[in-house]
Every structure is written in structure tokens, then in C-alpha cells.
Design a protein around this ligand. Structure first.
Ligand SMILES: Cc1ncc(COP(=O)(O)O)c(C=O)c1O
Length: 386
């Protein structure tokens, strides 16, 4: 019998989320209201940060964070090339320039040794991305930031929950941005959260998330509220809905359980590939707790008679869904045309891109699902070994 296709990702949504959303739908309050406030408070406590602001995507979170620290036209912001579109594009929403930085060959995280040479008098911030859920070397990044008076906006879209030297990701840099996109450790369909210990930035991000007005709808339309409000800045429409927060509240309760499942899968993959020199397993540094949002292997192409793309196609025929994270920013047509990047400008990321494959890793996967992936990879390697 042909086995069912194993998708690259499936979210874990249960009766709790369904009940919570139904209650919200029947409550008469759909947009930003009590559920969002509750979700923010519970998330804030989870991170033990001073402020948490819920918004409608991780991308919006990054945009609001850059606005809050004062990034403006003509500024430069250092962004790793090994990231998703969002990290680099939000810089340009503010008419600033993303300066792409090289990654470490083993963790694929922003290489702290490569930051300093990119700094100019226009540089205002660094945006470390905790690639795959493994925290960047924050001590080294914060040290450069301190010496050059730069703000640090952490892109923690992959990094819930993750720890760096015992400290939970969410308040290590100046502002931290999380995503609740469908594939993330916890999801609200689309959504995000921003955490910071700085009250001024917290207030600014909350205000700018809803048109730059002084009060949100919950404060205006309830019995205690009044209709009056003031516009203090030209803001955005980035508020989270109560429907999304209703999912988020239930997902957050299971966050550690989802994370434990991801850790178990990563450990099973590690064991399953340990004896294969054709597959380089992801390196996990000893001073971090990895969120394992992604499990990214590197194919040792000189030991194989197959390209990464053909490898992925062959796996698909075996019923296994995989993906690639990421096509480095400097290889995309827009960044090549606009800023003149060439593949050889960031050679580590360019070379790694040819070899990476992201394996399925999500809490719904059973041990036999994981073993199926391991089996398919092992078969493929045996078949195409040089
Ligand atoms: C590294 C990184 N940053 C930011 C984002 C953007 O998050 P969202 O999809 O919630 O806007 C993503 C993708 O989801 C991502 O992978």
C-alpha cells in the first residue's frame, strides 16, 4: 500500500483552540479586546519581560520595533543574508538600507566576526535572526552593539522557546519579535508578539500598531470607554484580533509540550543520521536551548551524485515533504539589482544554500513518521553515494 504523503508541516490544533475561538465568536467582540490583553499578559509572564504587544504578524513586529528605536530614511541596519524576506524588507519600509551579513558555516546564524567591518557612520541597528530556533551568539553581538551604540532588534520568529546561556530569548536585546505563523512552535494562523523591557518603546509600538491613536477600540467602545481619541502619529493597522488571541492563549499553554516534541524529533534525526558522512547534521551549541523550529541538514555534495534540488524531488516521490531555509537575501533578483550584491560577496551563505534541506519537524509527528523520513534519507544516500 502506498503510504500517505508526509507534509513538511502540519499545525497542532485541538479541541481547546476550537472551543476558545467559538467562545470568542459568540462573545460579540471579535477584534482587539480582552482576549488580546490576556494573551499579551500571559506571553509577557512566559518571557518575564516588562512589556508584550500582540500584533498581526512577525513582519509587523519587526517593522514596529525598527520604528520604535527611531530607524529613519538613510540609516543602515545590519541583517543576516540567511533569513526570510521580512527581516530585510521591513528596514526598507522605513527607507533605510539593509546591509547583508554573512552566516556561520555551522549554525547558519549571523557571524559576529563579520559585523564590525559592515559598520559605517550610518549604521543604527543589528537584527540577529535566531536561525532555526538556535540563539545567536548574543554576548558577542551585544558587545559590538555597545561599542558602536547600535540597537539590537532580535528576530525570534523561530525562537520560542529558546534560551541563550540560561536566559530565555525575549529580552536579551533591545526589542524581540516573535511570529505565530502557521509553522511556528505556537500559532495563531497569522500573528506576532513584541517584547521589550523599555516602557517608551512598548508604548510607541502599541500606539503605532493601531493608527498611532491614543486608545484602542476596546477602550473606546466598552461601557467604561469614551468615543474620543487623538492621533499622535501616522501609524499602521497591525493589531491582533481576539479570534487569533483565542487560539494563541490555548497554544501558549502547550508551548513547552510542543517544544519537547520538537526536541525529541531532533534527537531522533541526530541518531538516525549519525553514521552518514553524506549528511551534516545541524550543530547545536552547548550554551543554548534550541527551539528546533527547523531541522536543517547540509548535504555533503562531494560525496553524492545528486544535487540538492534533485534530492528534494526524489524525496517528494517517496512521499516526504521537505523545504529550504533560506534562499539567502543577496541571491534574490531585487537585492542583486538594487544593491548590486553578487553571490561571491557572501560566499559562505552562497555555498551553504546549495546544500541545505529542511526536514519535517512538528509536534504532531509520530516516531514512525520520523523513522520514515530517516529511512527515506538513508535510502537516498545509499542510492546516490559516490
Ligand atoms: C526569520 C523570520 N523572520 C520573520 C518572519 C515573519 O513572520 P510572519 O510570517 O509572522 O510575518 C519569518 C517567517 O515566518 C521568519 O522565518
Amino acid at each position: 500500500m502506498l503510504e500517505q504523503f508526509l507534509p513538511f508541516h502540519l499545525p497542532t490544533i485541538g479541541e481547546d483552540e476550537i472551543r476558545s475561538v467559538t467562545e470568542t465568536l459568540l462573545s460579540g467582540w471579535l477584534t482587539t479586546g480582552p482576549k488580546v490583553r490576556q494573551f499579551e499578559e500571559e506571553f509577557r509572564k512566559f518571557i518575564s519581560a516588562a512589556h508584550a504587544v500582540a500584533i498581526n504578524s512577525g513582519t509587523a513586529a519587526l517593522h514596529l520595533a525598527l520604528d520604535a528605536v527611531g530607524i529613519q530614511q538613510g540609516d543602515e541596519v545590519i541583517v543576516p543574508t540567511m533569513t526570510f524576506a521580512s527581516t530585510a524588507e521591513v528596514v526598507q519600509y522605513l527607507r533605510a538600507r539593509p546591509v547583508l551579513a554573512e552566516c556561520q558555516p555551522d549554525t547558519l546564524n549571523l557571524d559576529p566576526t563579520q559585523i564590525e567591518k559592515l559598520i559605517t557612520p550610518k549604521t543604527k541597528a543589528i537584527m540577529p535572526v535566531h536561525f532555526a530556533g538556535q540563539p545567536c551568539e548574543m554576548d558577542r553581538i551585544l558587545d559590538v552593539a555597545r561599542r558602536y551604540d547600535l540597537k539590537v532588534i532580535e528576530d525570534a520568529a523561530h525562537a520560542l522557546p529558546a534560551r541563550y546561556r540560561g536566559q530565555i530569548v525575549g529580552k536579551i536585546g533591545d526589542i524581540t519579535c516573535f511570529s505565530f505563523y502557521a509553522t511556528k512552535t505556537i500559532t495563531t494562523g497569522e500573528g506576532g508578539m513584541i517584547t521589550t523591557n523599555n516602557p517608551e518603546w512598548g508604548d510607541r509600538m502599541r500606539m503605532m500598531s493601531l493608527h498611532g491613536i491614543s486608545k484602542d477600540a476596546w477602550e473606546r467602545y466598552t461601557a467604561e470607554g469614551s468615543w474620543s481619541y487623538e492621533i499622535l502619529a501616522p501609524g499602521y493597522k497591525y493589531n491582533m484580533t481576539d479570534i487569533a488571541a483565542a487560539i494563541g492563549i490555548e497554544q501558549l499553554k502547550k508551548c513547552n509540550q510542543f517544544w519537547a516534541a520538537r526536541c525529541r524529533i531532533a534527537a531522533r534525526y541526530d541518531k538516525g543520521f549519525a553514521d552518514l558522512p553524506e549528511i551534516r547534521r545541524p550543530l547545536c551549541r552547548p550554551d543554548v536551548d534550541h527551539a528546533w523550529h527547523l531541522y536543517v541538514i547540509q548535504l555533503e555534495l562531494d560525496r553524492l551524485r545528486i544535487s540538492r534540488n534533485d534530492f528534494i524531488e526524489a524525496l517528494k516521490k517517496e512521499g516526504i515533504g521537505t523545504s529550504v531555509h533560506f534562499i539567502p537575501m543577496h541571491l534574490h533578483p531585487y537585492y542583486r539589482k538594487t544593491f548590486g550584491y553578487r553571490p561571491e560577496d557572501l560566499p559562505v551563505a552562497s555555498a551553504i544554500f546549495e546544500r541545505i534541506v529542511s526536514l519535517p519537524i512538528y509536534s504532531r509527528m509520530s516516531d514512525s513518521d520520523v523513522d520514515r523520513v530517516i529511512h527515506a534519507f538513508r535510502n537516498m544516500v545509499t542510492q546516490y553515494r559516490r
